[in-house]
Design a protein around this ligand. Structure first.
Ligand SMILES: [Mn+2]
Length: 398
């Protein structure tokens, strides 16, 4: 399996061809360089290339990029071969708003690209880094577009003149036709441009919107990204799991079920601190405590005071042999073995870390927080939820 690389340029530059050959690390790569001073639109050039390319996998590039990673050709081929995607990019979004500007909804953008301009290099983090994963998108930026020709259902739109919006239009048309699109992270490139918009860009944005007015916004749901590989530890210190509860038993039962289903942690006790459930509700909880294989105890309190009750359970009701305490709300469900993973982090960082949390998602799979962050904002210390309401603004963990 091989790759065809396509780009359009104003002036032929043999050094760029050499750079592509060297960094993609594919001996038999086909490079189609089109010298075009502007008389042909990019859509026309790219459609021509789609017909000319010898290979099924084709990469469309700007001529102002530098690759940082070697073997990127192999990585792209691997992604295209092993995924459902017809189109891959390095930057894009899971939601294109009615403006047609893909970076306009920062909560839903995806990808990491370096930029270089006037001697400065900086990194645009449109999301966290997802290493070898592909994150689903509705469109990707034209700086780098890799396609699986046999999966494409639409070509580039030649009604779009010029050099802008050909990429977004191509993606949206394919996406609407059912082609899967994604962003990859293991191909690292520097774009020698700041991506500034201009009059031509505005003109073509208007052209694009005239066609796609009724297709926007075009939005995907957030996808839950998590690791599910079983984790084995050298030691399993005892954990006391403390859950405050009042009524709404379905929440507690879903929480406990998820723990039973997802976690293989062998050494824990659960203490449900009830703060005023009704008698029948309490009976249900006691019945569960008596029948479950989980090590579950119930303690009843007359009042509801989150801090005081947690303290009381820690000091008066938890096993003195417990090394660790997990304070857990009743309205969460585990999606993987977060308990074992948190203990793993504890085991690895015992000397430096006293408190460990895990990433929390809302029910719509967006992020509630990927940790709580403290930021000095001028003279003020601010506390906030890292990644709040974003799709992918967190870094994939262990
Ligand atoms: Mn460019």
């Amino acid at each position: 399996m091989n790759l065809t690389i396509v780009y359009s340029t104003r002036q032929h530059d043999p050094q760029f061809v050499e750079h592509l050959q060297k960094t993609c690390s594919l001996k038999k790569v086909e490079i189609l360089a089109y010298t075009n001073s502007g008389d042909q639109s990019l859509s026309a050039v790219y459609n021509h290339a789609l017909n000319q390319a010898k290979n099924n996998f084709v990469v469309f590039l700007h001529d102002d990029v530098l690759f940082e990673s070697h073997h990127w050709g192999h990585k792209v081929i691997h992604h295209l071969q092993n995924s459902e995607c017809g189109i891959l990019g390095v930057a894009g979004t899971a939601s294109l708003s009615t403006s047609g500007v893909w970076w306009e909804e920062p909560l839903k953008t995806i990808g990491i690209v370096k930029h270089q301009h006037a001697g400065k290099t900086w990194t645009s983090k449109y999301s966290g880094d997802f290493a070898n994963r592909i994150i689903p998108a509705v469109c990707v930026d034209g700086v780098f577009i890799a396609v699986n020709r046999s999966k494409l259902l639409e070509t580039f739109n030649e009604n779009l003149t010029g050099f802008h919006f050909y990429d977004i239009d191509f993606c949206i048309n394919n996406n609407l036709a059912g082609v899967k699109i994604g962003v990859i992270f293991n191909v690292s490139l520097i774009h020698k441009s700041i991506g500034q918009t201009n009059q031509a860009w505005e003109y073509q944005r208007a052209q694009f919107l005239a066609t796609h007015k009724y297709n926007l916004p075009c939005t995907l749901k957030a996808t839950l990204i998590f690791d599910n590989k079983p984790v084995k530890l050298k030691s399993y210190p005892k954990v006391s799991i403390i859950i405050l509860h009042k009524s709404q038993n379905f929440l507690l039962f879903n929480c406990l079920n998820s723990l039973a289903e997802k976690s293989i942690y062998p050494n824990y006790e659960i203490i449900v601190a009830d703060t005023g459930s009704s008698k029948p509700e309490l009976e249900e909880i006691y019945e569960l405590a008596n029948t479950t294989h989980m090590n579950l105890n119930v303690v009843e309190f007359e009042e509801y005071h989150f801090a005081r009750i947690n303290n009381a359970v820690v000091f008066n009701h938890s096993d003195v042999n417990s090394a660790l305490i997990l304070f857990c709300n009743n309205d969460i469900e585990l999606i993987n073995d977060a308990l074992t993973r948190m203990v793993q982090i504890y085991n690895q960082n015992q000397k430096t870390c006293g408190t460990i949390g895990c990433r929390l998602h809302f029910a719509d799979d967006t992020i509630q927080h990927a940790g709580i962050q403290l930021v000095m904002n001028q003279e003020q210390l601010e506390i906030s939820h890292k990644g709040f309401h974003t799709y992918y603004h967190f870094t994939d963990g262990i």
